[in-house]
Design a protein. Structure first.
Length: 200
């Protein structure tokens, strides 16, 4: 049924054709693991994705260092239990106290030079009604801009979210988008930007 929802925010290393290729390979393998094999444990999904990418790109035989960072959650919409595993990309939870709780990722990429037997730690947590999940890649925080052309940083993103969390998800995204463009100004955008909000 639709009790379980799996959501991920991923960022592939490499630009241009290698990055696009990695995105296609990663997406195909993820679909196979989740849709065809029905794996719903985030740690197991990331392990299989890691093996799948290293095999598909023959990374044990060549110098290909391309990989991906990912934040992946399996959400049970009935019990509000959330299971999370991440490769570099953390999970943020906006609790009913208006504080953001940060669940840290495993500090290893999927694919690339990460060893075959790398484990991606799984975390299980429960959400109260009205609490939200934030999944993102590093593009927002790493963007240069502002008056001194500095990186926006995660603390900037955290304080933004804490100041707008009472808005609807759509309004939060619109606000974050405006803030990002204002910060960026005339500076070149250096990366893709993904921010996803899940409200239960």
């Amino acid at each position: 049924g639709n009790t379980f929802h799996i959501i991920a925010a991923a960022d592939c290393t490499g630009h241009g054709v290698p990055g696009a290729f990695m995105s296609m390979v990663g997406n195909t393998i993820l679909n196979e693991i989740v849709i065809t094999k029905h794996v719903i444990d985030p740690s197991e999904i990331l392990s299989q994705l890691h093996h799948g990418i290293r095999t598909a790109l023959q990374q044990s035989e060549n110098e290909s260092r391309d990989g991906m960072d990912i934040c992946l959650c399996c959400i049970n919409t009935v019990t509000r239990e959330v299971r999370y595993a991440g490769a570099f990309n953390p999970l943020w939870i906006l609790r009913s106290t208006s504080e953001i709780e940060i669940i840290k990722a495993t500090k290893s990429a999927i694919g690339g030079f990460t060893p075959d037997d790398q484990l991606f730690e799984s975390h299980t947590l429960h959400l109260q009604k009205g609490e939200s999940l934030y999944l993102f890649t590093d593009g927002y925080a790493d963007q240069f801009g502002g008056q001194r052309n500095k990186k926006y940083m995660y603390r900037g993103l955290k304080s933004q979210i804490e100041s707008i969390h009472t808005l609807s998800g759509a309004d939060q995204i619109a606000h974050l988008s405006r803030e990002f463009n204002h910060w960026k100004g005339g500076t070149e955008q250096i990366d893709d930007v993904t921010v996803a909000i899940v409200q239960l």
